[in-house]
Ligand binder design. Sequence first.
Ligand code: G3P
Ligand code: CA
Length: 245
Amino acid sequence: MILQNILIFAHRGSKGTHPENTMAAFQKAAEIGAEGIEFDVHLSSDGELVIIHDETLDRTTTLTGYVKDHSAQKLKTADAGSKFSNEFLGERIPFLVDVFDWAKGNALLMNVEIKTDKLAYEGIEQKIIDSIRQYGMENRVILSSFNHQSIEKVKMLAPDLERALLFEGLPENFEEILRDKKESGFHPDKNSLTPAVKEKAKKLGYKIRPWVANDETDIVRLAELGVDVIMTDFPERAIKILKAW
Ligand code: G3P
Ligand code: CA
């Protein structure tokens, strides 16, 4: 539900209560009434779009090594739930097609983070665009990245798609960057979003979607600042807090 014009996006699904970037996490977000989900995309060795946060499999799955070194078929054998809790044993690593297939049955917005800040994935932007087109998800997806060159590529390849610039800490010239890039989404880490920063980004016409606010103090502070989206690992909690706000 839309609360005070602020949308709730479930970060990596509902990472606080479910194994991150899994269908269980995304389903939870839909069930509790979040407006959107955020998730991260990498490429498998055979060029499939894989939803996982890290470049490597070790932290969240039962496989080891780099995502890019495994085929899609191999990645499908991994358990992506049991490291979070045995309750989620059997949960798989989803692929972008799995999420888009599932999303046909709901109205969730999807913030697709292109994970090209640590590794280069040749052609990942075009593959994501192709998938968005194939599933007709053009109006439901926001593409973001810490790698602003990836966002430039999307702009060139698919100017109609919504794009956002991710920041962790803000460079002194962030305002200049926002002005030059002329994107529509500004996704700073929550601590960088001061009232002055917010005002500057708003003046330039940006939608403001900070990440990641989990406790009441942060959620209320961001709501009072007038952000457009709150990204959170605990969407159920955030909805409750905003309802009472
Ligand atoms: O997109 C916001 C946020 O997800 C960026 O940080 O590390 O959780 O991908 P991270
Ligand atoms: Ca992310």
